[in-house]
Design a protein around this ligand. Structure first.
Ligand code: C2E
Ligand code: CA
Ligand code: CA
Ligand code: CA
Length: 277
């Protein structure tokens, strides 16, 4: 009650109260969403330097009954904070693997790879490795076509554990991409130790291309670093012809961004993938 003393003032701050209940509200709605299968995956194309479709990134969306399609920036943080990210992550993985198996059965899409975002809690779960391997088995996937996207902060937090876990999955054929590369704090010594297949150059470095001299220098360096380390590179957030031309000229092998296609439903993705052939 209000007269219980100063310590309760906090709870009567109307703005704070509003923020707390909005979060609690979203959490309970998210719980329902997970049960009622309101989450779905969108797929954004990835192309090679010749512009050929080589794969996609799976990006989660929430088909909310009242609010329509909700972007992950709005609910992933709530899912992380509440622990719901574990069931969300499992749903995403299963849907992604199922989609990959559908592509694998279609002659013109059978070579596509699929990248899936993995959150820190999910990666550290005791059952994570078995979950991945069970999905590969269940959907009869070529494991090399499944790429798990991890972020730097996730990995350096417990390097030895991360390396061991990644090495085990990699030995089974599953690939790893380091997401948002360049935005974290990890040193190059760490990068060298990780059994990665791919770096994804964060969109913030692509934005300023080709005119921003710093962005140009940074992307050049990341691409040559990746070559030295024998890693594939995907430039994220490529939106203009000028960015695309610049990146081609400096030898970037992989591309993703609105210039090549926005994230779309599985159905739409398949339609445009088949048309592009
Ligand atoms: P991300 O992994 O860095 O994904 C790339 C984001 O950039 C996506 O936003 C994508 O729609 C957007 N994007 C792609 N090309 C362009 C472009 O040319 N211009 C611009 N302005 N944006 C572009 P989205 O789908 O809203 O996802 C945001 C973030 O949410 C993702 O960033 C990822 O961190 C997280 N996320 C998405 N799906 C999942 C998931 O299934 N699990 C987990 N744990 N996180 C996810
Ligand atoms: Ca990603
Ligand atoms: Ca990214
Ligand atoms: Ca990002």
């Amino acid at each position: 009650a209000k007269d219980a003393g100063r310590n309760c003032l906090y709870f009567f701050d109307p703005e704070m109260q509003q923020a707390l209940s909005a979060r609690a509200q979203m959490e309970s709605e998210l719980r329902i969403a997970l049960q009622q299968e309101q989450l779905l995956l969108y797929y954004q194309p990835q192309v090679n330097a010749a512009g050929k479709l080589i794969g996609a990134e799976a990006l989660v969306r929430w088909q909310h009954p009242q609010r329509g399609l909700v972007a992950p920036a709005e609910f992933i943080p709530v899912a992380e904070a509440s622990g719901l990210i574990l069931s969300l992550g499992s749903i995403v993985l299963r849907q992604a693997c199922q989609q990959l198996s559908i592509w694998a059965s279609m002659p013109s899409l059978s070579e596509l790879s699929l990248s899936v975002n993995i959150s820190v809690h999910q990666f550290k779960q005791p059952g994570f490795v078995d979950e991945i391997l069970a999905l590969v088995e269940r959907f009869q996937l070529v494991p090399q076509r499944l790429k798990l996207e991890l972020t730097e902060s996730l990995l350096i937090d417990d390097m030895a554990f991360s390396i061991e876990r990644m090495k085990y999955l990699k030995q089974k054929g599953v690939g790893f991409a380091l997401d948002d590369f360049g935005t974290g704090y990890s040193s190059l010594a760490y990068i060298k130790q990780l059994p990665l297949d791919q770096l994804k150059i964060d969109r913030c470095f692509i934005d300023g291309l080709p005119d921003d001299a710093n962005d140009a220098a940074i992307t050049r360096i990341i691409i040559s670093l990746a070559k030295e380390l024998n890693l594939w590179v995907v430039a994220e957030g490529v939106e203009t012809e000028a960015q695309w031309k610049f990146l081609q000229a400096i030898g970037c092998p992989g591309y993703q961004g609105y210039l090549f296609g926005r994230p779309v439903s599985a159905e739409e993705f398949m339609k445009s993938a088949l048309n592009s052939k």
